[in-house]
Design a protein around this ligand. Sequence first.
Ligand SMILES: C[S@@+](CC[C@H](N)C(=O)[O-])C[C@H]1O[C@@H](n2cnc3c(N)ncnc32)[C@H](O)[C@@H]1O
Length: 366
Amino acid sequence: MTSPLAELLRRRIRLTGPITVADFMAEALGHPEYGYYKTRDPFGTRGDFTTAPEISQMFGELIGLWCAEVWRTVVAPQSVQLVELGPGRGTLMADALRATRMAPEFLTAASVHLVETSPALTAMQQEALAGHDAQWHGSLAEVPVGPMLLVANEFFDALPIRQFEKTGEGWRERMVGLDTNGETFRLGLAPGGSVGEALIPDVVRRTAGEGEIAEVCPAGLSIAHAIARRIARHGGAALIVDYGHAASGAGDTLQALSGHKYSNPLQDPGAADLTAHVDFAALGIAVREAGAAAHGPITQSEFLTRLGIETRAAQLLAKATPDQAADIEAALARLIGEEGMGYLFKAMALTAPGEAVPPAFEETAG
Ligand SMILES: C[S@@+](CC[C@H](N)C(=O)[O-])C[C@H]1O[C@@H](n2cnc3c(N)ncnc32)[C@H](O)[C@@H]1O
C-alpha cells in the first residue's frame, strides 16, 4: 500500500539522500496535508490510542485544582496565562475549568491559551471549550508573556527524535533511506559523525556499548528551555506528564501505534501515531540551564494519589450506577496501577527558583 505522504518522502530521499529519523517523524506526524495529526481524531476506542484525560474526568479535574493551588500560593493576586500544549480533544482543559469553578478568583485571574498545530483537533477543542474565553496559537512563542501555568500531557512524546548508534568509529546518526527496491523505507547509518551527537546525554555517551542506540529530542529540549525561561522570568509553573524514563539510558524507543496495536514505525508514514519515550533527566537539565527549578519526576501514580484521586473516585462512586462504578474503578486502576499507566508515566514540575514546591512534589524536594 502506498500513500501520498510515503510517495513524497520517497521522492525527497531519491533527490537528496536519506533523511534523519526526526525529519521522517516530523513529516509523518505534522505534514501540513497528510500528517497524522493534521487529518484525524486519533483518540478513543475507535482511534489509535487513549490518553489519561480521555480515560477519566478525574485526571483533568485534579490538574485544574493543582493549577488553582499553584496560582494561589505563587502567583496571586496577579493574573495568569493558563496554557496547554497539545490539548488533543480539549478534554483535560474542559475538566480542569469545570473543577476550578470552586476557585472563582483563579478563574477570574486566568486567561486560557491552547497551543495546537492540528486543524482537526483545534476544531474539537473549540467545541469542548465552547462558552469559555480561550485563544489558540500555533506555538508557545505566540502566547503573550506573563506569569504562566502550563500543562503538557502526552505532548513531548510526540516530538521528533534523532537516533544515533554507537559504532567502532564513534556515534553515527540513524537515517531513513530506501531499500534496493526503491520503495521500502529502511534504516541505515550516516557515513560520518554529526554535530547533533553533542546532545547525547553524558551518561549514555559513557556507558553505551557498540550497537546501542542513543536518542535525543532537540525540539523537546528547546521547548522545555523556552517554558523554563518564561517561568524563571515571569513566574508561574509548568506540569509535564508523559511516558518515559527518569534517568537517561541507551535504547531504541521509537514506536508506532495504529488501532491500539504496535506497528512498524517506517511502514506507512502518516497512518500511525509515532512516539518515543521522554527522557525526563535530559528535560530537567534543559530546565535548569534555562534558570528554572525542576521538581521530580515522580510517577503518575504518586502524582495522582498525592492529589487525592482515591478520594475523588470515592465521591464519584457514591453517586454511580453499577455500570458507572465499574468504569470508575477500571479508570482508577488504569491511571495509577502498575499494569496501567501508573509507573511508566511520570510527572515533572517547573517553577521559578526558590518558589514553593508545587503540590504532590513536596517529597522530592532536595
Ligand atoms: C498524544 S496527543 C495528546 C493530547 C492531549 N494532551 C491528551 O492528553 O489527550 C498530542 C497532541 O499534541 C499536538 N501536537 C503535536 N505536535 C505539536 C506541536 N509541535 N505543537 C503543538 N501541538 C502539537 C497534537 O496535535 C495533539 O493534540
